[in-house]
Design a binder for this molecule. Structure first.
Ligand code: ZN
Length: 437
């Protein structure tokens, strides 16, 4: 199987790509103006913030970045496009011929380009409604080579891309769209699955296409060139209208926008979490998979590790992160986070209660006391002396020791592991008659 993608990523800018309208309006048709409505005589103005984000993506995907870029009009008629063309890029895109690497796999990136989103079509009963809030929203299109050979490789690519984008400040969890090209046989005509929303659906759509096409090949039927859609409810792809090919679109140079010199625009540097965690795991002898798991989509945890890695044991930092994540307490302050690491190093089990005590400045209370062997022995014997029936219980069932271990640990604020050894030792002596309590 071969899979190629055209992914559309919404950019997190405050205003739209060619006008000053807000990108975060909620009520339909409230963030609109003559430019994003495509009124005659209106002129687009390029949003530099969007270009900076797009440059960050092209750079993170190892693309050759062009010094200049320009736009074209992709002409077609559809209700979501009142000016009858979409402003996009063709030759003068932002970046070309890059790649994305994950594990040992490398997927080629053909190009990264900037374009505007058309309006949103909402169908309600017999009506077709249009919301122009979306018209002119900034998008980046990433086009890959058909290099992915399985669903697993597709999943790996999407997950890695999602992490790279996350560290550039772009969350594609909510909405990401892609067109997938899927083919199972060499020389086979191209089948395109359009507008698949969300990473999970993309993998599902590829899986469905693989099975459908393999079945056709098995039956000796041709796999014909076509455009399909993905039906989320049926988890299946379905034939769509015959689509225009690229030659059928009209492309015109966009005369309202000049050629832009983008060589001086500054952008964010990427974080490749695979490389970062590999380096940390080697240097600090930590589990690479765990490190990756806790930092892939969590810049705060990565920042904590980077800041504290030379002052505490890596194991303790990782464990502290896992515990606060478990209780949904990633918001804990940096100084309290360090106190948690210290408690871990003193063998304290980090519970929700312990975290809240730390926040109240009472970490001393939860820290385990340290007793000498003699003192510990005394306390255990005293406890059993007060609860003699436990000795009989222990004779019948050795599990009775757990109750003593728990009680003594709690009462004296001791670590159960240390108490356990002593309790068992004393109980055995007592039942063998070597010790009288
Ligand atoms: Zn506008």
């Amino acid at each position: 199987m071969k899979i190629g993608l055209e992914i559309h990523i919404a950019l997190p800018t405050r205003s739209k790509l060619f006008c000053a309208c807000s990108t975060s309006a909620e009520r339909p048709n409230t963030a609109i103006c003559p430019i994003c409505m495509g009124f005659p005589g209106s002129k687009p103005m390029l949003n530099k913030e969007a270009v900076a984000v797009a440059l960050g993506i092209a750079n993170a995907l190892h693309c050759k970045i062009n010094e200049r870029m320009s736009f074209v009009r992709k002409v077609y008629f559809y209700p979501d496009l009142p000016k009858s063309y979409q402003i996009t890029q063709l030759g003068g895109s932002i970046g070309e011929t890059g790649y994305l690497q994950y594990d040992k796999k490398r997927v080629g990136i053909r190009r990264v380009q900037v374009e505007e989103d058309p309006a949103k079509i909402v169908r309600e009963g017999a009506y077709t409604l249009l919301d122009f809030n979306r018209s002119g929203m900034p998008l980046v299109e990433v086009v890959t080579d058909p290099d992915m050979r399985s669903q697993e490789e597709l999943w790996g690519f999407l997950r890695t891309l999602r992490s790279i984008l996350y560290y550039l400040g772009i969350d594609i969890d909510k909405e990401v769209k892609a067109d997938l090209n899927v083919s199972v046989a060499a020389g086979q005509d191209r089948v395109e699955v359009k507008n698949v929303t969300g990473i999970k659906n993309m993998v599902e759509a590829a899986k469905f296409e693989e099975e459908r096409q393999e079945q056709l090949v098995k039956e000796g039927e041709p796999v014909k060139q076509e455009t399909r859609g993905y039906n989320e409810k049926k988890r299946a792809t379905e034939a769509m209208r015959e689509k225009e090919t690229d030659e059928e679109y009209g492309y015109l140079y966009e005369p309202d926008l000049t050629v832009f010199d983008i060589s001086k625009i500054r952008y964010k540097n990427p974080v490749y979490i695979d490389e970062v965690t590999h380096g940390l795991a080697e240097k600090y002898r930590a589990n690479e998979r765990t490190l990756k798991e806790i930092t892939m989509f969590d810049s705060r945890s990565l920042e904590r590790i980077e800041r504290l890695k030379d002052r505490y044991r890596m194991q303790s930092i990782i464990h502290a992160i896992q515990r606060i994540k478990k209780f949904g307490r990633e918001d804990i302050s940096d100084s309290d986070f360090e106190k948690i690491i210290n408690l871990i190093d003193s063998d304290v089990e980090i519970t929700k209660y312990v975290i809240s005590e730390v926040e109240k400045g009472r970490e001393v209370v939860v820290k385990h006391a340290k007793l000498t062997e003699k003192e510990l022995e005394k306390r255990v014997i005293a406890y059993i002396g007060e609860n003699r029936h436990l000795l009989d219980d222990y004779r019948k069932n050795r599990k009775a020791a757990n109750l003593i271990i728990n009680d003594v640990s709690k009462r004296e604020n001791l670590h159960p592991k240390e108490v356990s050894k002593k309790v068992l030792e004393i109980l055995d002596k007592a039942v063998n008659g070597e010790l009288s309590i």
